[in-house]
Design a protein around this ligand. Structure first.
Ligand SMILES: Cc1ncc(COP(=O)(O)O)c(C=O)c1O
Length: 180
């Protein structure tokens, strides 16, 4: 009656379909261990040992753990630093475009948008450049699950064309324990 998260066919399946509709996704999967686990599940799906992954060096530690688990070869991209406010920001666009050009065989690119401090990317041109090389784009939206519901915060990663978005429901929406 309560359905199974591992093989949903009842209320959880229906809830995932409704969430997909609400968030503008083709499919939504609930996870019980946060964006941390969601990031790692995607890596296990997309990456084989030796594959190249482009990533912001400043990504969450779950991303670095995912690199170790998958055996992928990481190409680290340095974030910008806002010295006025003492914050790390997004990876500069020129760095991203150069990395995509230099690693056309990369399997995936993962970025954090918005960052912990609320800074976000101009995603559409970045995703377009990655897709032109066949590189999948994963956006860690751990802190941006609410964006779909306010016009000032859009486009969301999925609206900008990302292949995957991971979100921490327990951070910026409402959830019991640590769902994503
Ligand atoms: C950017 C980012 N991604 C992922 C996570 C992990 O989120 P969760 O607690 O949902 O596993 C965090 C946690 O702070 C985070 O800041």
């Amino acid at each position: 009656m309560l359905d199974s998260l591992l093989d949903p066919k009842g209320v959880i399946a229906r809830a995932q379909e409704m969430a997909a509709q609400a968030f503008g996704a083709q499919r939504t999967f609930f996870a019980t261990n946060g964006t941390s686990t969601a990031n790692k599940v995607i890596f296990q799906t997309l990456l084989a040992p030796g594959d190249t992954l482009l990533l912001d060096r400043n990504c969450h530690k779950s991303v670095h753990h995912g690199v170790v688990l998958s055996g992928a070869r990481p190409v680290y991209l340095d974030s910008s630093v806002n010295r006025t406010y003492g914050l790390f920001g997004p990876v500069p666009k020129r760095t991203l475009f150069a990395a995509i050009e230099a690693n056309p065989h990369a399997k995936a690119l993962i970025l954090t948008s918005c960052t912990y401090d609320g800074l976000r990317y101009d995603l559409p041109p970045i995703i377009e450049a990655a897709h032109a090389k066949g590189i999948k784009v994963i956006i860690d939206e751990a802190w941006y699950a609410h964006a779909r519901f306010h016009p000032a915060f859009r486009p969301t990663a999925l609206e900008a064309g990302a292949d995957y978005a991971t979100q921490s429901t327990h951070k910026v929406l409402t959830a019991l324990s640590q769902p994503a």
